[in-house]
Design a protein around this ligand. Structure first.
Ligand code: ATP
Length: 354
């Protein structure tokens, strides 16, 4: 066994009556890793987290944590702290009593528990809040306290079930950075469930992309973004242009463009779909004689602040449209507006073919 593997899931299957929520999930999580379960609503990420926590029992399959088979262990005997989506603090308990909850259950001496509570509220950036009640705290502050409560017993595993989804946009970003910094400081193996790809890309060491109860891909944020293993992953993580194309004689053809194709060739021509990120279509610098260059017409400009999503069409693309990212400065420098013609260049090495 690889000593670094802290959590091992083998052949996890979960059925709710006739419905299969998870099928044959196999996953290794290394000690100290920050892993995100990412996927659309209903893909099974929360169910998988709950199985790891023992809050749901798998229909079949095994969970090993720290070398021990915990597949049938009740939640109270497992070694984890958990934070839920909605503020699950006890409203009638003070911050101190909420944070101390797990310590009291473990019969930690009072003075020791009080010291630990002071340490923890400081750790989550709310020193001196011990006497407050949850109703006196903002959503973000309540989640910080929930985090302190989850960490109180120094668990081996921290489980976060969409902990940021009830917060406003600014607070979400602030708290996700704080959670990441705290996780790195403590070195605690962490799993966070999220349906927000930006959240996963920004905090995770490893992303597990799920869809319809199966794992589509496991990889670093960069691998998931740059080397998506399936059309679903390419589409779900980041923005992507999808265009029909044809592979024939070692080349990929769409519209008037012909690009080199390095994928598997078996001599059979076939229709494929090409996936291309907006940032892999360049507007500059384009030198004379550059390959894979074409002229396009600006059809729509979506202003998003410092840069814009620009929709273009071109006969070279066989009538298909592309979205590209252009900076506001570039658009104004070049006096570009709807109807203008722009010269663009594709990066063929970045095109994914499925
Ligand atoms: P969300 O982000 O919406 O919470 P999710 O990916 O976390 O989605 P799960 O909550 O794990 O999805 O649910 C996976 C599937 O299992 C869904 O189709 C859901 O309806 C179903 N499901 C979950 N819990 C139960 C249950 N107790 N009984 C029946 N079906 C359930």
């Amino acid at each position: 066994m690889n000593q670094d593997i802290f959590l091992k899931l083998r052949h996890i299957r979960k059925e709710f009556g006739a419905f299969t929520a998870l099928q044959d999930i196999n996953l290794d999580i290394r000690k100290g890793e920050f892993v995100c379960f990412l996927g659309p609503s209903g893909c099974g990420k929360t169910t998988l987290l709950r199985i790891i926590a023992g809050l749901d029992v798998q229909t079949s399959g095994q969970v090993h944590q720290n070398g021990k088979d915990i597949s049938r262990l009740p939640p109270a005997l497992r070694d984890y702290g958990i934070v839920f989506q909605s503020y699950a603090l006890f409203p009638n308990l003070s911050v101190a009593d909420n944070v101390a909850y797990g310590l009291v259950n473990r019969k930690t001496p009072k003075a020791e528990a009080a010291k630990r509570v002071t340490e923890l509220v400081k750790l989550v950036g709310l020193p001196g809040s011990e006497k407050k009640y949850p109703s006196q705290l903002s959503g973000g502050q309540q989640q910080r306290i929930a985090l302190a409560r989850a960490l109180a017993t120094s668990p081996g595993l921290l489980l976060l079930d969409e902990p940021l989804s009830a917060l406003d946009a600014l607070e979400r970003v602030r708290l996700r950075q704080e959670i990441r910094a705290l996780q790195q400081k403590l070195g605690v193996t962490t799993i966070m469930v999220t349906h927000d790809q930006e959240e996963a890309l920004s905090v995770a060491d490893c992303i597990v992309v799920m869809n319809h109860g199966v794992i589509e891909q496991v990889g670093t944020p960069l691998e998931i973004y740059r080397e998506p293993a399936s059309p679903f992953v390419a589409d779900f993580v980041g923005k992507v242009n999808v265009m029909p194309a044809r592979v024939s004689a070692g080349a990929l053809r769409f519209g008037a463009l012909c690009l080199p194709y390095h994928g598997v060739m078996d001599g059979v021509d076939r229709d494929v779909k090409v996936y291309l990120r907006p940032e892999d279509v360049l507007a500059r610098p384009i030198a004379d004689g550059d390959a894979h260059v074409f002229d396009a017409t600006l059809e729509k400009i979506e202003f998003l602040g410092s840069f814009c999503h620009v929709h273009v069409s071109s006969p070279a693309l066989g009538g298909h449209k592309l979205t590209v990212y252009l900076s506001l400065n570039f658009l104004s420098e070049q006096s570009l507006q709807i109807g203008s013609t722009i010269r663009l260049k594709l990066l063929p090495e970045r095109i994914k073919v499925f």
